[in-house]
Design a protein around this ligand. Structure first.
Ligand code: HEC
Ligand code: HEC
Length: 387
């Protein structure tokens, strides 16, 4: 028999009682206070950085900039093109399509392909939060390889990227100046910058601070899991509670922990590579643990969108944990010994799939802001060429 409940023994926690499952597998059910040391609810409110505090005016400005294709070289792509509320603030695609694309979600075609799957914006305001609810929004790793360190920092990336927003008509060196010049010619933007910052100056820093402020308002912190953790024990079924216990005890929560279900660390977990040249992430196929909130609306999964369903993800973890050599579900450029120890220690069996997936769905919460502006100050199509 495999070693079970490793985490419990190491942590010296008390197993309250056992619920017997199919076959020979018993899932110990932890007490709620034990669970809350590993995974827990999100707080009600967002922490804003001291150098970029919330204001209504900045939020409104950020929303316009996020939805306005004026930030793209050919004025055809906005942030929302790949992070749309109707698609869970992602785009539903394996790889995003930026410049030159037309349409939205699976109907989108003709755009320059990015090499990675678009993560959701929902709850990125909480990235970095630990089990005690502490975090610094200026120390919040962004992108699959953690190469940006806050929402402000991240927002500077897409306008420079040729595939995402810039296109090839304007150089990386000039694009920001050109965007600023365009905004300066639009009186509505000048007024909005004045209201948000006290004077009409339009700068790179102010653009990205406003966008980050808007993004911090896109949250979903009242899932059934959050309700359960906040004391409503009717919010989850017994099956889902079993799934939560299995999730912790087979080892998922070794990385997917805290209120965001992430340790924000880079791990080599062996997801097969499907782009050429290979995408090694931060090196050695290291990618950052993503949040597991809102998975029902943010597929396909992994940095390269290789898994279309949660069942496929579970099958991957079972195969990789079992050192199933030669299995093409595992990255063949890596040896088993190069995989993260937590991955090699996974104790996942088929019989857990159902309950764990049921539990993951308790992390869905569709109460995030879905409002779509009627128009943007440039007068360009709202959201770019997405119709
Ligand atoms: C063409 C599609 C596309 C456009 C346009 C786009 N993004 Fe993204 N976004 C992506 C992809 C793909 C990634 C992941 C890239 C990576 O990890 O290297 C990403 C990553 C992010 C992340 C990181 C989330 C996380 O948890 O790590 C944020 C935040 C984000 N984008 C915000 C924006 C903003 C703000 C804009 C507009 C200024 C924007 N995006 C424009 C596709 C796009
Ligand atoms: C060693 C740390 C680690 C462990 C243990 C782990 N994961 Fe992950 N998980 C990651 C990383 C890193 C990624 C992203 C990998 C990539 O994209 O290449 C990921 C991706 C995912 C995704 C895709 C999310 C998305 O939005 O694309 C799901 C779902 C998931 N994990 C669920 C689980 C479950 C369920 C378990 C337990 C069976 C588990 N993970 C165990 C680190 C881990």
């Amino acid at each position: 028999m495999k070693q079970k409940g490793k985490l419990l023994l190491v942590g010296g926690l008390i197993i309250s009682y056992f619920v017997s499952c199919e076959d020979n597998f018993d899932i110990p059910i932890l007490s709620d206070s034990e669970i809350k040391q590993i995974i827990t609810a999100l707080p009600k409110n967002v922490v804003y950085p001291t150098n970029n505090l919330y204001s209504n005016e900045k939020d409104e400005l950020g929303k316009m900039l996020y939805w306005d294709p004026i930030l793209s070289g050919n004025k055809d792509v906005a942030c929302v093109t790949c992070h749309h509320p109707q698609l869970g603030y992602a785009d539903g695609l394996k790889f995003s399509q930026g410049v030159g694309g037309v349409g939205m979600g699976e109907a989108r075609s003709g755009g320059s392909l990015t090499r990675r799957n678009a993560p959701t914006i929902i709850n990125t305001a909480f990235t970095g939060i630990d089990i005690s609810g502490n975090y610094n929004p200026l120390d919040a790793p962004m992108f699959w390889d953690s190469r940006a360190s806050s929402l402000e920092d991240q927002a500077g990336g897409p306008p420079l990227s040729m595939e995402e927003m810039r296109g090839d008509a304007i150089s990386e060196e000039h694009i920001i100046d050109i965007i600023i010049q365009r905004l300066e010619l639009i009186p509505e933007y000048k007024t909005m910058f004045l209201q948000a910052y006290g004077d009409e100056e339009i700068s790179e820093e102010r653009i990205f601070k406003a966008i980050a402020t808007y993004e911090r308002g896109i949250i979903a912190n009242n899932s059934r899991f959050d309700q359960y953790m906040n004391g409503d024990l009717t919010a989850m079924t017994d099956h889902e509670v079993q799934g939560m216990n299995a999730f912790i005890q087979v080892g998922c929560a070794d990385c997917h922990s805290g209120p965001m279900f992430s340790d924000y660390k880079l791990h080599s977990i062996g997801v097969p590579d499907n782009v050429y040249p290979p995408d090694e992430g931060a090196g050695s196929y290291d990618f950052r643990t993503p949040t597991l909130r809102n998975l029902s609306i943010t597929g396909p999964y992994m940095h390269n969108g290789i898994h279309a369903t949660l069942e496929e993800v579970m099958q991957f973890y079972e195969d990789v944990g079992e050192n199933d050599e030669g299995n093409d579900n595992i990255n063949s450029n890596l040896n088993y010994s190069q995989l993260d120890p937590e991955i090699r220690d996974l104790q996942l069996d088929d019989e857990h799939f159902d309950a764990i997936i049921a539990f993951l769905k308790t992390l869905d919460d569709y109460s995030f802001d879905k409002t779509i502006p009627q128009k943007v100050p440039s007068g360009l199509p709202v959201g770019g060429n997405i119709k």
